[in-house]
Design a protein around this ligand. Structure first.
Ligand code: ZN
Length: 711
């Protein structure tokens, strides 16, 4: 992998018209925060940039609805975002906002630059106009059915269900969200970015990482679903995209440009430029040169986003950067997929969400528990799910039982045996005592193993595999517990004090290593452990690298003779009552509970062996008749290829005998035979049942040979 001198890391600018939910956190913020903290701990020059996205039609829309001004809306959410991020330990170097003057200037400079180069195409087009509200309708003011997935609530610029970017005229049955009227098309003039002209180099850049033969990124390191979405975009052909809008809230098109009156920059032109203006502001405050972070070839630009923003960060913004010419292109866009909640898609409008600021109020001082659980379920490669039960399990089974237990035992025993002083040990004794020693000295070999595990952990982090890294960390903690369990110092202390010193010193090295290594994931806990060990506060300035070097040299991370503090519990149990309160709160705030079918909860987990006991076969229904005096039952004759079976099935309320003859089905063929209404039923047909009790067959999607095994 190519090495860079510095890293410019961004998280998607949250849109300032509603609070943050856990899906946002899992998508673009937590992952980026883990990554930058890790980079800092390895001594890299990294900046972490974000801010509020305060323009666009949705904000004006909300202001109109609430009878206030757009400025009041963005002020409210900007402050809430700032506080929420800080509470959750998201460690931006700057959290800026796009209503700032420096941002308006920077965006206008971009527009001027591209305009002067002749990159834009000025085009008159027909756009939707709301005759009742007397205004052109920005994309977000138009809702309709998505032509790609038939989602009925798609916006004019994007379908939030399937992630497709749309233009308003593609929507089926468009309506104005301002007045509810059906909009009409009227003529207006805008500046278009000719994405079709850039298609060739965009494709080369995405698929090979090269532009004009120069290697800019490694596509192997990109997530498959990100590349997949980009390729599907490119394959369907890029269209010129309007970079301006008829709006009254946003960044003005530079007034010296003819026809600029009443025109604002498209929010997806100005928002990503917000990363640059925020960097300018940060650099001005710190006395740094912002240009090196954006214009130097040795700077790696990494955008953390949710999957709904892939097209803007992988195609449109890079096109703008390249058209400008002075800027580097992103080296990676590690977008996450979506996180669902208790079996359903998180929805702001339906209030089906866990709001992060409410979590902070309900669980004071427990930010790391949420961070941990979010990473365990991070939708890195596919959609994932948050459940309150899962949250409780993560906390009780992993943080309390494993990590907190290990740290607590080590600190308690160190206080008990050595008055809280890290014991020194006789290295010639290092070989004795412990159970699972091979040839190498015990302390040395366990420290080497720790080094290897930490090395693997770093590899995961560099590959944006945060779940993998966290798993490795917890394995280190498990290992620490095993070291105590295998050696039982509480027994050995009576017979062999010297070998207990070896074991306790070793366990303390593990705790000291975890204090640094958990920091990207759980910064608050890392601070607690630092205090507990009475070690110097972490500045996130290369400490992880220093620790790895110390280990590699066979030195101690926490020196013998170091005084540590009194035991504290890093985590405590979360009770069923507390979890139930959250579940109730979620259910009661669900505004569309009645309209949405309840989700059938999953049954208890089974093992693969349980599954392999089932023999499911394809079969064709060759005869069917009603079972007498049983209006729900059909008696079916099935052809399995190698034999025929009779099966009684409770589908008569849904299917007539004529309808099912000839259908291919999946049959549970090794179910013990059972007499139903005098007929022996030799198996069971697999049916899917929805929440209204409607049934349908589970069958092969094309005609397939009978008797084939289903697995
Ligand atoms: Zn769609």
């Amino acid at each position: 992998m190519r090495q860079f001198n510095r890293y410019t890391v961004t998280s998607a600018l949250p849109y300032a018209n509603g609070p943050l939910h856990i899906g946002h956190l899992a998508g673009a913020y937590l992952s980026a925060d883990i990554f930058v903290r890790f980079m800092r701990l390895t001594g890299k020059d990294v900046i972490y940039i974000c801010g509020s996205d305060e323009h666009g039609a949705a904000i004006t829309l909300r202001a109109a609805k609430e009878g206030t001004t757009p400025q009041a809306i963005v002020d409210k959410y900007h402050e809430l975002f700032q506080r929420t991020f800080e509470d959750m330990g998201i460690s931006f170097d700057i959290y800026h906002r796009t209503s700032a003057t420096i941002h308006h200037e920077t965006s206008q400079d971009f527009f001027r630059n591209l305009h002067a180069k002749g990159e834009f195409q000025e085009k008159e087009s027909e756009q939707y106009y709301d005759a009742e509200a007397k205004q052109f309708l920005a994309d977000r003011y138009i809702k309709g059915t998505c032509p790609k997935c038939n989602y009925e609530e798609a916006y004019g610029d994007q379908c939030e269900n399937c992630g497709s970017a749309l233009s308003p005229t593609e929507l089926i049955n468009p309506t104005s969200t301002v007045s509810g009227a059906t909009p009409e098309l009227r003529k207006t003039t805008h500046w278009y970015l000719p994405l079709d002209k850039y298609e060739t180099w965009l494709r080369e850049w995405i698929t090979t990482g090269k532009v004009d033969g120069k290697e800019l990124h490694d596509p192997e390191s990109w997530k498959k679903h990100v590349l997949g979405q980009c390729k599907s975009w490119l394959d369907s052909g890029l269209q010129p995209r309007s970079m301006t809008r008829d709006l009254d809230w946003g960044v003005d098109v530079p007034q010296e440009i003819e026809g600029a009156d009443g025109k604002k920059l498209y929010v997806w032109m100005d928002a990503p430029i917000g990363y640059i203006s925020a960097t300018k502001e940060w650099a001005a405050q710190k006395g740094k040169d912002w240009k090196t972070y954006w214009q130097d070839e040795d700077s790696s630009l990494i955008h953390f986003i949710g999957k709904d923003n892939i097209v803007f960060h992988c195609l449109i913004f890079p096109a703008i950067l390249k058209a400008h010419g002075d800027y580097v292109l992103p080296t990676n866009v590690p977008a996450n997929q979506f996180m669902n909640l208790e079996g359903r898609k998180i929805s702001t409008s339906k209030n089906w969400a866990v709001w992060v600021h409410e979590y902070v109020e309900d669980f004071p001082g427990r930010q790391d528990e949420l961070r941990y659980c979010m990473v365990r379920n991070m939708p890195e490669q596919k959609d994932s799910e948050f459940t309150w039960k899962g949250f409780q399990d993560c906390n009780n089974n992993e943080l309390v039982n494993n990590l907190a237990n290990f740290v607590n035992r080590v600190v308690v025993l160190t206080n008990k045996y050595y008055d809280g002083v890290v014991p020194s040990f006789d290295e010639s004794l290092d070989i004795i005592g412990p159970i699972d020693v091979d040839e190498a000295a015990y302390h040395d070999s366990e420290c080497l193993r720790l080094f290897d595990d930490l090395d693997a952990y770093c590899d995961y982090l560099r590959k944006y595999d945060f779940r993998g890294a966290l798993k490795t960390l917890m394995e280190i903690s498990t290992r620490g517990n095993q070291i105590l369990q295998n050696n039982e110092p509480w027994k050995t202390i009576k017979t062999d004090e010297e070998s207990v010193k070896v074991v306790m010193n070793l366990a303390l090295q593990y705790v000291a290593a975890l204090r640094i290594a958990i920091r990207p994931f759980m910064p608050f806990t890392s601070d607690k452990m630092t205090k507990l060990l009475e070690m110097p506060q972490l500045k996130e300035d290369g400490e992880l690298n220093e620790m790895l070097m110390t280990l590699a040299e066979g030195e101690l991370i926490i020196p013998a003779g170091q005084q540590i503090g009194k035991p504290i519990h890093l985590f405590s149990r979360i009770t069923d009552e507390v979890i139930q309160e959250q579940v109730d709160k979620l259910q009661s705030s669900d505004v569309q509970e009645e309209e949405t079918a309840p989700v059938n909860p999953l049954k208890a987990e089974i093992q693969f062996d349980d599954f392999t006991k089932l023999d499911i076969r394809t079969a064709t229904i060759i005869e069917a008749e009603k079972v007498k005096k049983a209006n729900k039952l059909l008696k079916l004759e099935l052809d399995l290829g190698f034999e025929k079976r009779t099966v009684v099935s409770g589908i008569a309320a849904h299917y007539t005998p004529e309808e099912v003859i000839g259908k291919q089905v999946s049959l549970l063929a090794n179910l013990a035979p059972r007499k139903i209404r005098g007929v022996e039923s030799q198996g069971m047909i697999l049916m899917a049942e929805n929440s209204e009790g409607k049934l349908c067959f589970v069958n092969p999607d094309e005609t397939f040979e009978n008797g084939a095994g289903v697995a």
